[in-house]
Design a protein around this ligand. Structure first.
Ligand code: SF4
Length: 324
C-alpha cells in the first residue's frame, strides 16, 4: 500500500474503525516487524522543568503552580551513569526553555554521554543557529523540535512565546547542520480539523524526520487549552501512527501513549500496546526519581516507565527489546 498524497492520508483518517483495525493497523505493525522486530528502549532525562514559555496546552508553562527543579551537572552525569549501568545506549535529554541552564553545561553532559558511546538526542527548546552548530561539533545525533501543529494561526495562538516562522526556522537550522530531526504534532487538540491533521502528517514526511514524538492531546490541569476541550480521540492517534509507519517504514514513533484510562497516564500497558500494534516502536526509561518525574508535567499523570515495563510490552507484542 502506498500513502503519498494528502488525499490518501485523509482517506485513511476517515476509514471506518473496523476496516482500519482489520487491514491497516496489522499492516503497519508488519511493516515495522519486517524491518526490525524490536521495541527501542531509550533513556530519558527531564533534567529541568523550569520554562520561560507559556504554551497554552502545557502543564509546565511559566506561571503554572508546580514544584520546579533543575539538576546540576554532577546530577546529570550521575543519571547518565545510571543509564549506562542499565545497558542503555540511547539517551534523550529534555528540559523546559530554561535560561538557567548554561550552554557550557549542556555541551559537557552531551560530551560525557558521547564518551560512553551513547546516541544522544536533545530537546531543550529553540536555540540559535551557532548553538546547533556547536552541538553538532560535540557529537549530537538528534534534536527534538516539535512543530506541534502545521496550522500557522493556531500555532501562533497556542504558542504565544514564539511563532510558527521562528519554529520552522529552528527546524531548518537543525536539518542544515546535518542533525537528525525528531518532530511531530499533537493529535486531536481542541479545534483541530481533519484537514489540519492531514497537513501535520504530510509535514512530518516532508521534513524527513528520524523520530515522530507524536502524542494524543491530553488536557493539562489549569492550562488555558484545557478549558477548550477534552482529550484527543485515540482512534485518530492510532490511525496517524499507522499512516506514519506505512509512509516511513524506518522512522521511530513514540509508543508511550495513553489508553482509555487517562489516570494511568503514558505508562498504561493498554495504551502503549495499542500504539505498538498500530506501528509505534519506541518507549522511554525515565531516569528521574518518581518524586521528581511527577513534576515533569507537560501533561497530567505522565508517569514514568522502567525497563521492566518495556520488556513486558515487547513480550506482549511478540518483539524483542533493543537498547540502540
Ligand atoms: S511545551 Fe515546552 S516550551 Fe512550551 S511551555 Fe511546555 S515546556 Fe515550555
Amino acid at each position: 500500500m502506498n500513502i503519498e498524497t494528502k488525499k490518501d492520508v485523509l482517506a485513511l483518517l476517515d476509514m471506518p474503525r473496523e476496516e482500519y483495525l482489520r487491514d491497516i493497523a496489522p499492516l503497519a505493525k508488519k511493516i515495522y516487524k519486517n524491518y526490525r522486530n524490536e521495541i527501542i528502549a531509550n533513556a530519558m532525562l527531564g533534567y529541568s522543568n523550569v520554562c520561560r514559555s507559556r504554551c497554552l496546552y502545557c502543564g509546565m508553562r511559566a506561571g503554572s503552580k508546580i514544584e520546579r527543579y533543575r539538576l546540576n551537572l554532577e546530577e546529570i552525569k550521575n543519571s547518565v551513569d545510571l543509564a549506562d549501568s542499565q545497558g542503555m545506549k540511547r539517551i534523550f535529554f529534555i528540559s523546559g526553555e530554561d535560561p538557567g541552564c548554561s550552554f557550557d553545561d549542556i555541551l559537557e553532559y552531551l560530551s560525557y554521554a558521547k564518551k560512553l558511546g551513547m546516541r544522544v538526542c536533545l530537546g531543550i527548546g529553540e536555540l540559535e543557529r551557532s548553538q546547533f552548530n556547536e552541538l553538532k561539533a560535540a557529537g549530537l545525533d538528534e534534536y527534538a523540535m516539535k512543530f506541534e501543529m502545521s496550522d500557522r494561526d493556531t500555532f501562533n495562538r497556542l504558542n504565544p512565546s514564539t511563532n510558527f516562522d521562528r519554529r520552522m526556522e529552528r527546524i531548518s537550522f537543525i536539518l542544515e547542520e546535518g542533525i537528525s530531526l525528531a518532530s511531530g504534532n499533537i493529535v486531536d487538540y481542541p479545534g483541530q480539523t481533519r484537514d489540519s491533521l492531514a497537513n501535520d502528517i504530510m509535514l512530518m514526511k516532508e521534513l524527513s524526520i528520524s523520530w515522530a514524538p507524536v502524542i494524543s492531546y491530553l488536557p493539562a490541569k489549569d492550562t488555558p487549552l484545557a478549558k477548550e476541550g477534552g482529550p484527543g480521540n485515540l482512534e485518530l492517534l492510532h490511525k496517524e501512527i499507522s499512516i506514519l509507519r506505512i509512509m516511513m517504514p524506518t522512522v521511530n514513533i513514540t509508543a508511550q501513549q495513553p489508553g482509555r484510562d487517562l489516570k494511568k497516564g503514558l505508562s498504561d500497558t493498554e495504551g502503549n500496546l495499542d500504539a505498538v500494534n498500530s506501528g509505534a516502536n519506541m518507549l522511554f526509561v525515565d531516569l528521574l526519581p518518581d518524586a521528581m518525574a511527577k513534576n515533569f508535567s507537560v501533561v497530567d499523570n505522565r508517569s514514568s516507565l522502567r525497563l521492566s515495563h518495556i520488556k513486558e510490552i515487547a513480550g506482549l507484542a511478540g518483539m524483542k527489546v533493543s537498547y540502540i
